[in-house]
Design a protein around this ligand. Sequence first.
Ligand SMILES: Cc1cc2nc3c(=O)[nH]c(=O)nc-3n(C[C@H](O)[C@H](O)[C@H](O)COP(=O)(O)OP(=O)(O)OC[C@H]3O[C@@H](n4cnc5c(N)ncnc54)[C@H](O)[C@@H]3O)c2cc1C
Length: 348
Amino acid sequence: MSLHITDNADLSALNAFGVAARAQRLIELAHEADADQVVALAHTASRTLLLGAGSNLLFASDFDGTIVRITTRGRTILESGSVAERVQPPTVLVDAAAGEPWHEFVLWTLSQSLYGLENLALIPGSVGAAPVQNIGAYGVELREHVHSVEAISLDTGERQRIAAADCEFAYRSSRFRRSQAGSRWLILSVRFALSRTPCPRLTYPDLRTAFANRTEPPTPEQIADAVCAIRRRKLPDPAKLGNAGSFFRNPVISAARAQSLQAQYPQLPAYPDPSQPGQIKIAAAWLIERCGWKGVRRGDAGVHANHALVLVNHGSARGSDIAALAAEIRESVAAQFGVSLEPEVVIV
Ligand SMILES: Cc1cc2nc3c(=O)[nH]c(=O)nc-3n(C[C@H](O)[C@H](O)[C@H](O)COP(=O)(O)OP(=O)(O)OC[C@H]3O[C@@H](n4cnc5c(N)ncnc54)[C@H](O)[C@@H]3O)c2cc1C
């Protein structure tokens, strides 16, 4: 057996909030061939949690079960063979193992002149977690470039290739993220449908501004560079200040409700949700800031001074301190606006 197993494992270096927590057992899955053994071990555990890079998780307490950390590596361009023949050029299929670091994978696709993921550069985490909440940034969502996902069921040990159409992708959601506890599918690899032809997506205001003075469209590499520069300028680096990016999703509400809120608060940013016709997405950050939370600290748990949507660990906050702060924020937004904030971060 080549599985690495640690009992009473320290999780503090395995979560982007950097909170102290322990797991009864931690299993590292470094080779896909060992996935069946992991499933067998998961059967004997009281609870199982799948872990990538821990960039979207908050350990609110110790985990009294088994954590499976996926660190498999591998990338393959499927240029020939039966699978590739079924897609139309200039689409190229690319397989990436679940444990591949996301940003490194994006840079690698660009180095291979494969385009589509450039707007998603520098999102922390692993390839395998990317479909879980259908990561998105700067006007692009992962689902636009997923062909299929290969996963193994923790319940039956069955391996399945799940087509993108069956992944139930939605705004920061998928069939792999139906509950806070996560799903019973361990994603082994993701197959991407990328393009040999650049197709710049510059709908996002910050990107439009970055390229405002150009006559030629930017290359995908230039777009990735601009996205990285914007992200570095705007978002705290978890290596320096513990955080998991946006803590809450932007609420999606009915057009009528949005209209009535905007009548009361004309500055409330609101825009149609393309994936849910007739529904309006409103800015969670604006609601939180309006309730006076920006920059607030409760000991070492806090709200970032520039980003009301980003909760941070200033040093030695416990996961439960951050969860309690999040609950207070939810209550105050509900009380003031009648809007329910749902966490984007998985609270364990
Ligand atoms: C600074 C910062 C900025 C961020 N910006 C963005 C952004 O712009 N857009 C965005 O969408 N997200 C953003 N995020 C959130 C995060 O980067 C993504 O959710 C990322 O996909 C998490 O990857 P991970 O490997 O760290 O997942 P983890 O945090 O380890 O896990 C997240 C969820 O996925 C499940 N999971 C992990 N691996 C697997 C697997 N192989 N199979 C099945 N389930 C699995 C876990 O059980 C958990 O439910 C940001 C986070 C940070 C810290």
